[in-house]
Design a protein around this ligand. Structure first.
Ligand code: P6P
Length: 332
């Protein structure tokens, strides 16, 4: 494994494969630097008085943690001066954030969930940052409408997971690559190239406390897993649920599995729990680039044309064969 920095990796991708523009390379490096700053802020925890709630709600009606607000600010400040963006959108902001007139504008739209799983932050469980990059349509104002593109139009997606190590997992449409933060050097170093998700798995991730609210196909699929060797699957399955999507997805990127936050009668009015544009779409792009699959139970997530910036969607993603089986049950 060549231990090269993120910057060198991106320059070589640009030089050798021309799969990335200078502005996109700058965007990724700026986001990576912001994730480093978020990792440091999180690492201080109570010592810096950054735990607990910010005393405000976000557009989702969720209590904002101090670190949600801090992480959002870090990403905004890091990205607004570079000249690579037309606008930004965040789970923490009702409307897109325009680039201030004092800075040049670029062609890219950056979307992010600055601190995913923040309900875990106060109990010291892994959390993460999820980001997605689109191009602003030619001649279009970078308002909400410009962001409403299907996930198949993403040019880049990634997440940082703040766990025992801080990792940056990235795709620019040419496979999925993992970078580990070297805290002494202060830079992300390539630690895995071309991640592949096994097509088979014996591990599933779902919040089982919602079982009584699930639709019949999800109930059938999970009951078969729980029946194990004596059931129709003829195999025993294991269950994991971190309740930080980034941590659950990273486990699947590392050893396979199926992650499900399906439609249930509690969330059917909002269309699901997870957000399409800055949670489901980037994770779906990454999972597919690693040979996995991602659907909402009925459609490929990357094909869904969004109607609203903070639109929610059911999510079933991970090992291809299991996602296909769970999705097939929805059409039976
Ligand atoms: P529940 C975190 O709040 C999040 O948006 C995802 O990161 C995570 O997968 C899910 O919600 C957890 O939801 O209902 O288990 O708390």
């Amino acid at each position: 494994m060549r231990r090269i920095s993120l910057s060198r990796f991106l320059i070589e991708e640009q030089r050798n494969k021309n799969v990335i523009s200078s502005d996109l390379r700058l965007l990724i490096e700026v986001v990576a630097r912001a994730c480093k700053a978020i990792s440091i802020a999180i690492g201080k925890g109570s010592l810096a008085g950054v735990l607990g709630s910010a005393g405000s709600d976000n557009v989702q009606g969720e209590v904002q943690k101090k670190l949600d607000v801090i992480s959002n600010e870090i990403l905004l400040e890091a990205n607004e001066w570079g000249g690579h963006l037309a606008a930004m959108a965040s789970e923490e902001m009702e409307f897109p954030h325009a680039i201030p007139n004092r800075y040049p504008k670029g062609e890219y739209l950056l979307l992010f969930d600055p601190l995913d799983g923040s309900s875990n932050i106060d109990v010291n469980v892994s959390v993460g940052t999820i980001f997605s990059v689109l191009q602003c349509p030619e001649g279009m104002e970078p308002d909400e409408q410009a962001f409403l593109q299907p996930g198949s139009r993403q040019v880049c997606a990634g997440y940082a997971v703040y766990g025992p190590t801080t990792l940056l997992v990235l795709t620019i449409g040419d496979g999925v690559h993992v970078f580990t933060l070297d805290r002494e050097l202060g830079s992300f170093v390539l630690s895995q190239e071309n991640v592949r998700i096994p097509e088979e798995t014996r591990e599933f991730a779902i919040n089982a406390s919602n079982a009584r609210y699930w639709e019949p196909p999800v109930k059938r699929y999970v009951d078969e897993l729980l029946a194990g060797k004596e059931g129709p699957r003829g195999e025993d399955f294991n269950m994991r649920w971190v309740a930080s999507m980034v941590a659950d997805v990273h486990r699947i990127m590392s050893r396979g599995g199926i992650f499900m936050y399906p439609l249930d009668s509690k969330t059917v009015k909002q269309g699901g729990k997870l957000r399409l544009l800055y949670e489901a779409n980037p994770m779906a792009f990454i999972v597919e680039q690693a040979g996995g699959a991602a659907t909402d139970g009925r459609r490929r997530i990357l094909d869904v044309v969004p109607e609203r910036l903070h639109q929610r969607i059911p999510v079933i993603l991970g090992s291809k064969n299991e996602v296909e089986r769970a999705t097939a049950y929805h059409s039976d």
